[in-house]
Design a protein around this ligand. Structure first.
Ligand SMILES: *Cc1c(COP(=O)(O)O)cnc(C)c1O
Length: 370
């Protein structure tokens, strides 16, 4: 074998075979293509899966983040606390809502928002907190939720990489999407739960927020064509995507377990090398398997030269992006975020990845270190 792709969605489609095809034909022949019975059924099923009160399907994960802010009336003059290591989606949405992103550093062990830094970042301008469950690892939700509630601030989870991830709340497990007032999910095809194109959703802690989101995703209409109750836009979800998502949602637990098993193989095969492996937690669903290594750039070149797909998630933190220069972010502001950006490397990891492929990747990593 000479090549292991970073991702391979055709394998997943092949596994789903007739079940996926049947769902697509059902929608195509049914004659109703946008916001219909498939979307409603998916919303009910996904809300139940997450342990949320309601779910509202939208056009993408980015739309979900933006609409969450709108539904909570976050706008000009408001600050939203988030992280800078998760590819700017959060900052872009906050900006789009007219608010200002305020970045907090990560815990270097988890790559997620460091709850120990959260309280000190809150000011009278803070209107919401947007933690990200990065790479499939749930953020430290019990600690973050306690601080948010002490300050009466809503939480918006960015759960785009963490469908089905959970952390403990006392003695029970709580999935991502059930902690915040709202949580944003992306169903971009490569996510743990992926559509056949763009799609997203919000889970909501109450029906009022869900009702508001249903208006916002559909031009703000109260009664269709008659009243605009909220300045909305078109952020609808297609029936065909919802139908595909319903088929795939039934596999999500099995797929997440397969991701965890493959993470375990890497952990076993890479244990003694001079790299930092992700700390395992039972609720981590490994959207990505991210290692840290001082010689990251040369390891990456070596792997690509030997047919191993790998990538950097993400090379330039949000506070150092040209688009946000006006926020005044400087190199050195977020030391753990910046250090991780220099050292991270994502190895191939998906439910259909074979044992021999994981062994090949591990052997190439080993070869790099001689
Ligand atoms: C993918 C992703 C998004 C954006 O989702 P889209 O569906 O691509 O708009 C937002 N946040 C995170 C953490 C993501 O990984």
């Amino acid at each position: 074998m000479s090549h292991v792709a970073f991702g391979d969605l055709a394998r997943q489609a092949a596994d789903l075979g007739a079940e996926l095809a049947d769902a697509l034909v059902r929608v195509a022949s049914g004659g109703w293509y946008v916001l219909g019975s498939e979307v409603r059924a998916f919303e009910t099923e996904f809300a139940a899966y997450c342990g949320a009160t309601a779910c509202v399907g939208v056009a993408s994960g980015a739309e979900a983040l933006y609409l969450a802010l709108r539904a909570l009336d976050v706008g000009p003059g408001d600050d939203v606390i988030t992280v800078a290591n998760a590819c700017m989606y959060q900052a872009a949405a906050i900006r789009q809502a007219g608010a200002r992103p305020l970045f907090v550093d990560i815990d270097p062990a988890t790559h997620n928002l460091d709850p120990a830094l959260l309280e000190a970042a809150i000011t009278p301008h803070t209107r919401a907190i947007m933690p990200v469950h990065l790479y499939g690892r749930p953020a430290a939700m019990p600690a973050i939720a306690a601080i948010a509630s002490a300050h009466n601030l809503p939480l918006i989870e960015d759960a785009a990489q963490a469908h089905g991830a959970w952390c403990r709340d006392g003695d029970h497990q709580r999935r991502t999407g059930s902690w915040g007032a709202l949580a944003a999910f992306s169903f971009y095809p490569s996510k743990n739960l992926g559509a056949l194109g763009d799609a997203g959703a919000l889970s909501a802690a109450n029906e009022d927020l869900a009702a508001r989101l249903r208006r916002l995703r559909f031009y703000g209409w109260g009664e269709k064509y008659v009243t605009i109750e909220d300045g909305g836009r078109n952020s609808r979800l297609d029936e065909i995507q919802a139908a595909a998502l319903r088929v795939k949602l039934r596999r999500l637990e099995v797929w997440n377990a397969a991701r965890r098993a493959r993470a375990g193989w890497y952990r076993e095969l890479l244990a003694d090398l001079p790299i930092t492996l992700p700390i395992d937690e039972p609720g981590h669903v490994y959207h990505l398997f991210v290692i840290e290594c001082a010689a990251r750039d040369s390891l990456r070149t070596h792997l690509l030269d030997h047919g191993v797909g790998c990538d950097i998630h993400y090379p330039l933190p949000a506070h150092l992006q040209p688009a946000y220069a006006d926020l005044g972010g400087r190199s050195g502001d977020l030391p753990h975020t910046e250090r991780a950006a220099q050292r991270l490397l994502s190895l191939p990891l998906y439910p259909e990845l074979r044992r021999d492929e994981v062994e090949y990747v591990a052997a190439q990593v080993r070869k790099f270190f001689g």
